[in-house]
Design a protein around this ligand. Structure first.
Ligand code: NAD
Length: 278
């Protein structure tokens, strides 16, 4: 197990960059006061990592939230993603500049290919490598890439992706994919770690929450970290943003980690990377 210390702790990417292992997701946080307040609440509370995307249409608010917080830009790990309609070499370079403009920053910490688009993503990746070499972005990665997507991409790359951000929770563990990524030096990152809210319905989670005297969210997010998976739960409510991060004062036993691993049933709450129409 990698060492888990506190809300500002990080895992090291294969290029040496430290990526805070706990962050705030802002998908479906509305641009304007909702996302501004969520980002401010998170950073002021001690979060150091924000995950947005061009398609979330809230990059402006994210940028404002960072500037209005008590934390300076260089202490925040900021991720955005290139949307599918912008994939390709020139269009990715353009989309990157547009994201920076909206965010009001001159670099990203991590830029991700949001979804795999076959050969087009190889062109996108060449643009990512250029941005990385020019130090416009500190790390580059992919999202929603299954093993076969990675096996298709990797032979054509000069720089191996540093991160793969995937749907991940106890119903979709995909341990083989985690192991494959680890074998290539690719850090695994969880999206929808709370099953978009469905985690709260699971009886086993209720049992574990009372056993450890923690909330269901804290249990499942702690499980992410103990598995070496970076996690970015979403909430726009300051109280939940604070509570979700209160998981550095306990440790799940190996047996309980295994218990959650065993819930795997290949169930998705989001789109299937093998079958999506956008
Ligand atoms: P999530 O699993 O983080 O669940 C969010 C839901 O849980 C929200 O409805 C929220 O109100 C609720 N919630 C949060 N804390 C709670 C608490 N303590 N008690 C009760 N309810 C609580 O879902 P998500 O937003 O889909 O995923 C997290 C982040 O991952 C996103 O915000 C986004 O940044 C990223 N993401 C990436 C992709 C991708 O394709 N790369 C796809 C989806 C999401």
């Amino acid at each position: 197990m990698k060492e888990i210390t506190d809300l500002q702790g990080s895992f090291e990417l294969h290029n040496g960059v430290q990526m805070p292992y706990f962050g705030l997701g802002v998908y479906q946080s509305e641009d304007g006061s909702e996302v501004i307040n969520a980002v401010k609440a998170a950073l002021d509370h001690g979060y150091r990592h924000i995950d947005t995307a061009a398609i979330y249409h809230n990059e402006e608010g994210v940028g404002t939230g960072i500037r209005e917080s008590s934390v300076s830009r260089e202490d925040v790990f900021l991720t955005s993603k290139v949307w599918n309609t912008d994939q390709g070499y020139d269009s990715t370079l353009k989309a990157f500049e547009a994201s920076l403009e909206r965010l009001g920053t001159d670099y990203l910490d991590l830029y991700l290919i949001h979804w795999p688009k076959g050969d087009l993503s190889k062109e996108t990746w060449k643009a990512f490598e250029k941005l990385y070499k020019e130090e416009r972005v500190r790390a580059i990665g992919v999202s929603n890439f299954l093993q076969h997507h990675l096996e298709d991409l990797l032979p054509s790359v000069e720089i191996v992706p540093m991160v793969n951000q995937m749907e991940f929770h106890p119903y979709l563990v995909q341990q083989d994919l985690i192991d494959f990524c680890a074998s290539k030096g690719i850090q695994y990152e969880a999206w929808s770690p709370l099953m978009q809210g469905h985690i709260f319905e699971l009886d086993m989670m209720k049992d574990l929450a009372s056993k450890y005297n923690k909330t269901i969210a804290q249990i499942v997010l702690r499980w992410d970290l103990q598995k070496g998976v970076i996690t970015i739960p979403k909430s726009s409510k300051p109280e939940r943003i604070k509570a979700n991060a209160d998981l550095f004062d306990f440790e799940l036993s190996q047996e309980d980690v295994q218990l959650l691993d065993n819930l795997e049933k290949g169930k998705r709450f989001g789109p299937d990377p093998n079958n999506f129409d956008f």
